[in-house]
Write a new protein. Structure first.
Length: 58
């Protein structure tokens, strides 16, 4: 299982997306409660990274 990132950790949307995909592949698409929490953290970090990229481009 991938480590849950520390708050404020700067990772690219691409890296986070890859971690989300790897989590889904490892779990076979059925997340345990712990994996679900990790997924939620990764998706929130991915969304923030995407928003940050949009602001930088604009």
């Amino acid at each position: 299982m991938a480590p849950i990132p520390e708050h404020g950790s700067a990772r690219s949307a691409e890296e986070l997306n890859e971690q989300i995909r790897a989590l889904m592949v490892c779990s076979g698409g059925r997340l345990s409660a712990e994996q679900r929490r990790e997924y939620e953290v990764l998706v929130a970090a991915w969304a923030a990274a995407v928003r940050g990229g949009i602001v930088k481009v604009a």
